[in-house]
Design a protein around this ligand. Structure first.
Ligand code: HEC
Length: 285
């Protein structure tokens, strides 16, 4: 534990994040954004979607070189092929996502009133498969990220448009997600906010921390870490895979991808990046 403490002494642990469960989603959104624009007055709002590249010049230069031959491109193509490949019953994903070609990612996740739950894009993909008699896909990597990459690519440039339904059940999900973001957890007793709200642009081990604002705009993501030394990994991962990784960093047990906990977190977290242009799939180190 001593060693761990040393790693984290550079981070400021005292700043209390602005968390008021009573605040409306609109007020939360305003406070969240104001926090980052005050910290980084020279970063254009749309650039926050570029994560660590918005706050660190060296990483940005590396990234711009990578983007010349983007490693996710083949997965966008694979995803397109999967999207158009008929299921055994002859239908395709287009039967569930008729508007995918013109961009739909900006509307996910959303609260489904009939089902009383938050529906993410990955969940909707598997619902579509089940409806058509196909086995569900795994949620963290593999084909679901290829489909996700294709759908994200079609949605590039659309502005995040998550709607927080005002019904009591939807607000329960929203508030659960908000609490998750600010709740300390794991052996290191740290919240998402401790790293990504209180300490963005600071260094932790070899990494520079991204801002919580803009963290959801570009998933799924290609990472070297997810292609090298990763059993069966091809580099691509979903947002919930990343959530799991961040939970593990503080020695907390990760939740399952598409668990209620992570869907609630995604509902809050993605709403906080509303109006930023979508730029997925992305590359991260
Ligand atoms: C101990 C510090 C720490 C904590 C706590 C932490 N993260 Fe992270 N997170 C990182 C680091 C380091 C990275 C990689 C550099 C970066 O992009 O910030 C990262 C990356 C991310 C990314 C990818 C950013 C991108 O641009 O693609 C997301 C999303 C994310 N974290 C969300 C979360 C959420 C949600 C939580 C709470 C469940 C959380 N993190 C908790 C350290 C942390």
């Amino acid at each position: 534990m001593k060693k761990i403490a040393v790693i984290f002494t550079t981070l400021s642990m005292l700043a209390a994040p602005m968390l008021s469960i009573a605040a409306s989603p609109e007020q939360d959104l305003k406070n969240f954004r104001d926090h980052y624009t005050k910290l980084f007055p020279n970063i254009a709002m749309d650039d926050f979607g570029n994560g660590v590249y918005a706050v660190d010049k060296t990483s940005r230069d590396q990234w711009e070189a990578f983007e010349e031959f983007p490693p996710y491109e083949i997965y966008v193509d694979k995803g397109e092929a999967l999207f158009n490949k008929p299921f055994k019953n002859g239908k395709t994903y287009a039967s569930c996502f008729p508007k995918a070609k013109s961009g739909i990612k900006q509307n996910y996740p959303y609260f489904d009133k009939k089902r009383n739950e938050v529906i993410t894009l990955e969940l909707a993909i598997n619902d579509c498969r089940k409806k058509n008699g196909e086995e569900p896909l795994k949620y963290k990597k593999g084909p679901i990220t290829h489909l996700g990459a294709y759908i994200a690519y079609q949605s590039r440039g659309k502005k995040g448009n998550v709607k927080i339904d005002s019904s009591a059940e939807s607000m329960k999900w929203y508030n659960e997600g908000k609490r998750f973001f600010y709740a300390k957890r794991g052996q290191l007793n740290m919240s998402c906010a401790d790293c990504h709200y209180n300490n963005p642009a600071k260094k932790i081990r070899a990494n520079i921390l991204s801002t919580g604002l803009g963290q959801t705009t570009h998933f799924p993501v290609y990472r070297n870490k997810w292609s090298v030394a990763d059993k069966g990994g091809d580099g691509m991962g979903t947002l919930h895979r990343r959530y799991g990784g961040c939970n593990k960093q503080v020695r907390a047990k990760p939740f399952k991808a598409q668990s209620r906990e992570y869907r609630a977190l995604e509902y809050f977290h993605t709403y906080m990046s509303n109006d930023l242009p979508l730029n997925g799939p992305g590359i991260r180190m």
